[in-house]
Write a protein that binds this ligand. Structure first.
Ligand code: 5GP
Length: 189
């Protein structure tokens, strides 16, 4: 029996498409999958924990890490920076995890350029109205932030054809089913 193939998965989708819920469900079904913890300069939201949801760092520290080449990819999104640390991918790969990056579209494009073997999945909301409702309904962002996120979401939807797979998150179960199959298919070959 050969060792299962190591693959990196990149998941994107506009803010409010439900990608974090999809990830939580995926993890229940495939315990080996592990999301990288990104570094960000954005404010911590209620219920988030440093080192678990993100490494929350000040902008100066983020810029220093860029200079030192510590990121495999990073972007400016809204008024904040987000990035995946090289050390983070290595840490999870060393633990034998199936590494998943849940990042926005520009970061995903950079990863695909650097690691063409990475499998990319775009999650779309059932409709744009539904997406707007979810972003507003979350209630954790300021009015200005909400406006910006809706604008970015519109832009992000234009990237969906660039991905290996595009999955609609209408019924959560169905969406998780499809992505589980994609992951299993790519790792168990
Ligand atoms: P949020 O502020 O809602 O947590 O994240 C905003 C967006 O940034 C989401 O689309 C999220 O997937 C993306 N994101 C989070 N971490 C990273 C990262 O390390 N790199 C990139 N390119 N995007 C990220």
């Amino acid at each position: 029996m050969g060792e299962a193939k190591r693959k990196i998965f990149v998941i994107s989708g506009p803010s409010g498409c439900g990608k974090n819920t999809v990830y939580d469900e995926l993890k229940k079904r495939i315990p080996d999958v592990q999301q990288t913890v990104s570094a960000t300069t954005r404010e911590k939201r209620e219920g988030e924990t440093d080192g678990i949801d993100y490494y929350f760092i000040p902008k100066e520290e983020f810029l220093k890490k860029i200079e030192k080449g510590e990121f495999v990819e990073y972007v400016r999104y809204g008024n904040n920076y987000y990035g995946t640390l090289k050390s983070e991918i290595k840490r999870l790969a060393d633990e034998g995890k199936t590494v998943i990056l849940i990042i926005e579209v520009n970061g995903a494009a950079n990863i695909k350029r650097l690691l063409p073997d990475a499998v990319s999945v775009f999650i779309t909301p059932p409709s744009f109205d539904e997406l707007t409702k979810r972003i507003v309904g979350r209630g954790t962002n300021s009015a200005e932030d909400i406006k910006k996120r809706i604008e970015i979401a519109k832009e992000e939807m234009r990237f969906k054809d660039m991905y290996d797979y595009c999955v609609v998150n209408d019924r959560l179960e169905d969406c998780v089913d499809r992505i589980s199959k994609i992951i299993k298919g790519a790792t168990e070959k």
